[in-house]
Design a protein around this ligand. Sequence first.
Ligand SMILES: Nc1ncnc2c1ncn2[C@@H]1O[C@H](COP(=O)(O)OP(=O)(O)OP(=O)(O)O)[C@@H](O)[C@H]1O
Ligand SMILES: Nc1nc2c(ncn2[C@@H]2O[C@H](COP(=O)(O)O)[C@@H](O)[C@H]2O)c(=O)[nH]1
Length: 204
Amino acid sequence: MTERGLLIVLSGPSGVGKGTVRKAIFESEGTDFEYSISMTTRNMREGEVEGVDYFFRTREEFEELIAAGQMLEYAEYAGNYYGTPLTYVNDTLDQGKDVFLEIEVQGAMKVKEKVADGVFIFLTPPDLTELKSRIVGRGTDELSVIEERMEIAKAEIDMMSHYDYAVVNDKVELAVDRIKEIINSEHLRVARVIHRYIKMIKEL
Ligand SMILES: Nc1ncnc2c1ncn2[C@@H]1O[C@H](COP(=O)(O)OP(=O)(O)OP(=O)(O)O)[C@@H](O)[C@H]1O
Ligand SMILES: Nc1nc2c(ncn2[C@@H]2O[C@H](COP(=O)(O)O)[C@@H](O)[C@H]2O)c(=O)[nH]1
């Protein structure tokens, strides 16, 4: 029987650098994760590609998938739906591969209820001034959207203690190393638990 993969959830406020850090992790050496592409009803930004950055769907299409039980989790964030398609995550974990989700806090908490043995990592900014300057600097959102995201960010940062780990994204390379270290240690922990069970069964 194949050992099920690890579900890794990277979460944190918009603009903290989740996407930047996740891409750097995937490009770095010694990692082998599958990225779960999310679904959203928000408009496509310049440079985004369907099926690479997101699966872009209408509200009606998204709601049909929710009703059909096809989302592992979903949330309404700043007026749009965002969610994780269930089948891809389940099938990939069943194949023994680790799956990486990059999602906001409401969704992460829903995943935590369903997948207790996932690894939940909160990426935090050095401070709120830096967070705002990152969102502004990215140049993808209007001022009203930025203000809305900053308000949501404050509530999200209050949820940090519900995660297994908090990682500061001060410098991308450092955040990448910290997250890789966490995942490696989680793998060792899981391997130790399995080893203990096998030993117990043999001794029965
Ligand atoms: N450690 C860092 N130092 C300085 N700038 C950073 C750092 N990490 C990311 N950034 C920059 O911050 C901006 C936001 O990053 P990114 O889009 O990766 O955030 P995000 O958390 O994925 O946002 P969203 O959740 O809205 O998709 C980008 O312009 C990125 O280059
Ligand atoms: N609950 C979920 N949140 C998600 C998912 N995919 C992305 N996100 C988060 O939404 C916000 C806004 O994203 P943006 O691309 O519009 O800037 C951000 O925090 C993302 O991490 C998902 O599948 N489920």
